[in-house]
Write a protein that binds this ligand. Structure first.
Ligand code: NOJ
Length: 558
C-alpha cells in the first residue's frame, strides 16, 4: 500500500479558534506551531487547515481574497513555510482547504470582473442579464439566506446579476471558462511547489451548474425559504459535466503531482460516490460524505448508523476511500449530538471515537473532539457568527416565528458550536488568548480542557492516543472488511474487521442504558484478547453478559 493517506489520522485545525500567540483574540499560525508536539503526541500524522488564505472573513476564510497569501491575522507565507517544515520534520503532513467554487468579492478577479462587460476577467464569474421585468434570472435561493434570499445579486454598474450559492460576498467562479480553470491549475501547482501534501476540496461537486439556469421546480418552504426563492441545491450539485472538470483537475494537478485529495461530498452518496473516487476514473482519492455528520443532522439512530456504514464499506470494497468522522467545523459537537454531554460525556465520547477509528476509512478528528468539547448555547443571537445560523434565524423570524423559539431552533446545530475557542486550560480564556476571544468561549472550559485531560490516564485525550496507536499496530483497521452481527439490535453495534493477517471485534453499547449481551456462537466460540475498553478495570463483556451504558470494547482474535 503506497498511498500514505490510507494509514493517516487527520486532524482538522480551524485556525481562528485554535491558539492565539499574539493576544489579538484570533488564533494564528504561531499558535498552531506551538501545539504541534501535542498533536504528534496524539498520534496525528496529517493536518487539514481550514482556509488560512487572505480573506475578509465573511465566512471565516471560505471567502478567499488571495489564494496565494496568508490571512495577516494568522501570519504570513514565511511563517507558514516554517510551520510546514516543522510539521514535516515531525512526520506530520499538511493539506490545505481549497475553495474552488467561489472566491471573495474582494478578490482581484472579481474586482476586475464587475468593472465592465468586456473586462478580461468578466467571464471568471457567472453574470446574467435580468429578466424582462428586471427581476433575478431564476428562483434559486442562496444557502445563507442573505438579502432577499436569491442566489443572484444585482450589480448596478453593469446592470447584470452575478451568481452566489453562498454569501452575496462570495461570487461563484465560472468553471466553464477555460482561462479561469488554467489560472486555478497554476495556483494549485504553486501550492504543491510550496510543499503542501494535498487538498481538501470545498463543495467540489458544486462547480458545475445546470446549463441554461432554468427555474427550480421546488416549491418555497413557507418557513425555511425567503419569498419565492427556493432550495435549489440540486441545480448546482453533482450536475452532469462535473466529472469533466475533475478529470481535468486531476490531469493538470492532482494526478500529475501525486498529491492527496479529499473532496467535500455535498451531494455525494453511495450511488454516485465511485464516479468521484474510483481510482481508475482519476478524479479524487477520497471523499467525506454528509450521511453521518452534517449541519442538519440531529441524531444517529443505531440502525441508520449500521446501514450507512455498510453502504460505504461496499464502496471501499470497490476501491473507493472515504473519510470517517462525526464532526467538523460545519457541524455541532459530536458528543452533544450523538453521545451524552452530561453524565456519560467521557464514556460516550470514547465510544463515538472508537466507532470512527475502527470503521473502514480515514479517521478525521476535529479540534476539541479529543477532549470531548461540547455544544455552547449562547443567550442571544448577537453572540452567533455563523452565516447559516444568522440567515436561518432571520428567515424563521421573517416568516413569523417568535424570536426566542427561532433561537432555540437554530442553536443546537449552529456551526458556532464547533467554533468556540479551543479549551487548553481552566485558566483565563481557557488559555486560548490573553486578549478578548473573537467569539465567546464555552463556559464549560473550567471543567473540560486539555490540561485536565493530560493529567488523567482515563481521559478522552488519553483514549484517543490509544486509538491512534491501535491503528498503527492492527492491520485490520486499515485493510479489513467490515461485517456486522446482531443486526437487528436496537442498542448494540457489533462488528468485525477482517484482513488476511487479523480479525478485530468491536462490541459497542450505543446507548445510555445497560444492555444484556449475548454474542452469536461464531463470535463467542472464538478466542479473543481485549485490546481496548472504555471501562478499564471491568472484566471483558464476554464473561459478564452485559454492557454498561456507552461501554465499548475492541478485541483481536488470538
Ligand atoms: C463548506 C465549508 O466547509 C463551509 O464552512 C463553508 O461555509 C462552505 N463550504 C462555503 O465555502
Amino acid at each position: 500500500m503506497s498511498e500514505w493517506w490510507k494509514k493517516a489520522v487527520v486532524y482538522e485545525i480551524y485556525c481562528k479558534s485554535f491558539c492565539d500567540s499574539d493576544g489579538d483574540g484570533i488564533g494564528d499560525l504561531r499558535g498552531v506551531m506551538s501545539k504541534l508536539p501535542i498533536l504528534k503526541d496524539l498520534g496525528v500524522n496529517c493536518i487539514w487547515f481550514a482556509p488560512i488564505y487572505t480573506s475578509p472573513q465573511v465566512d471565516n476564510g471560505y471567502d478567499v481574497a488571495d489564494y496565494q497569501d496568508i490571512e495577516p491575522d494568522y501570519g504570513n507565507l514565511e511563517i507558514f513555510k516554517e510551520l510546514l517544515d516543522k510539521a514535516h520534520s515531525m512526520g506530520i503532513r499538511v493539506i490545505m482547504d481549497m475553495v474552488l467554487n467561489h472566491s471573495s468579492d474582494q478578490h482581484r478577479w472579481f474586482q476586475e470582473s464587475r468593472k465592465s462587460k468586456d473586462n478580461p476577467y468578466r467571464n471568471y464569474y457567472i453574470w446574467k442579464a435580468p429578466k424582462e421585468d428586471g427581476s433575478e434570472p431564476n428562483n434559486w435561493g442562496n444557502y445563507f439566506k442573505e438579502g432577499n434570499g436569491s442566489m443572484w445579486e444585482y450589480d448596478e454598474l453593469t446592470g447584470e446579476y452575478y451568481l452566489h450559492q453562498y454569501s452575496v460576498k462570495m461570487p461563484d467562479l465560472n468553471w466553464e471558462y477555460e482561462p479561469l480553470r488554467k489560472e486555478i491549475y497554476k495556483m494549485l501547482n504553486w501550492w504543491i511547489d510550496f510543499g503542501i501534501d494535498g487538498f481538501r476540496l470545498d463543495v467540489i461537486p458544486r462547480l458545475k451548474k445546470t446549463p441554461g439556469f432554468p427555474d427550480s421546480p421546488n416549491a418555497p418552504d413557507p418557513l425555511k425559504d425567503k419569498g419565492r426563492f427556493v432550495n435549489a441545491r440540486d441545480m448546482c450539485t453533482d450536475v452532469p459535466g462535473i466529472h469533466d472538470f475533475l478529470q481535468e483537475l486531476n490531469a493538470e494537478v492532482f494526478g500529475k503531482r501525486g498529491c492527496f485529495t479529499v473532496g467535500e461530498g455535498a451531494g455525494i452518496n453511495p450511488q454516485n460516490a465511485l464516479m468521484y473516487i474510483a481510482p481508475e476514473r482519476k478524479e479524487l482519492d477520497s471523499v467525506y460524505h454528509f450521511e453521518l455528520c452534517s449541519r442538519t443532522r440531529y441524531s444517529l439512530p443505531v440502525d441508520y448508523y449500521r446501514n450507512t456504514q455498510k453502504n460505504w464499506a461496499a464502496i471501499m470494497e470497490q476501491g473507493g476511500w472515504v473519510v470517517q468522522h462525526l464532526s467538523n467545523h460545519d457541524s455541532a459537537r459530536q458528543v452533544s449530538c450523538y453521545g451524552d454531554d452530561g453524565e456519560y460525556r467521557t464514556r460516550s465520547a470514547k465510544t463515538l471515537a472508537t466507532l470512527t477509528h475502527t470503521m473502514p476509512g480515514i479517521p478525521f478528528i476535529y479540534q476539541g473532539e479529543e477532549i470531548g468539547m461540547t455544544n455552547v448555547y449562547y443567550d442571544s443571537i448577537e453572540d452567533y457568527d455563523c452565516c447559516y445560523t444568522l440567515g436561518d434565524y432571520d428567515t424563521l423570524v421573517t416568516n413569523g416565528m417568535d424570536p426566542a423559539e427561532a433561537l432555540r431552533t437554530v442553536a443546537p446545530r449552529s456551526r458556532d458550536n464547533a467554533r468556540t475557542p479551543y479549551q487548553w486550560t481552566a485558566g483565563e480564556n481557557a488559555g486560548f488568548t490573553t486578549g478578548k476571544p473573537w467569539i465567546k468561549l464555552n463556559p464549560r472550559y473550567t471543567e473540560i480542557n486539555l490540561e485536565a485531560d493530560l493529567a488523567s490516564e482515563d481521559s478522552i485525550f488519553a483514549y484517543y492516543r490509544k486509538l491512534t496507536d491501535m491503528r498503527k499496530e492492527n492491520p485490520a483497521i486499515v485493510e479489513g472488511d467490515l461485517q456486522f452481527y446482531l443486526e437487528q439490535h436496537p442498542q448494540l453495534l457489533v462488528y468485525t474487521r477482517t484482513c488476511e493477517k487479523q480479525t478485530l471485534l468491536v462490541v459497542a453499547n450505543y446507548s445510555g442504558e445497560k444492555v444484556n449481551v449475548s454474542l452469536p456462537c461464531v463470535l463467542s466460540n472464538g478466542n479473543w484478547k481485549r485490546i481496548l475498553s472504555n471501562t478499564e478495570g471491568r472484566p471483558a463483556a464476554f464473561g459478564r453478559g452485559e454492557m454498561a451504558p456507552w461501554e465499548v470494547e475492541v478485541y483481536t482474535m488470538i
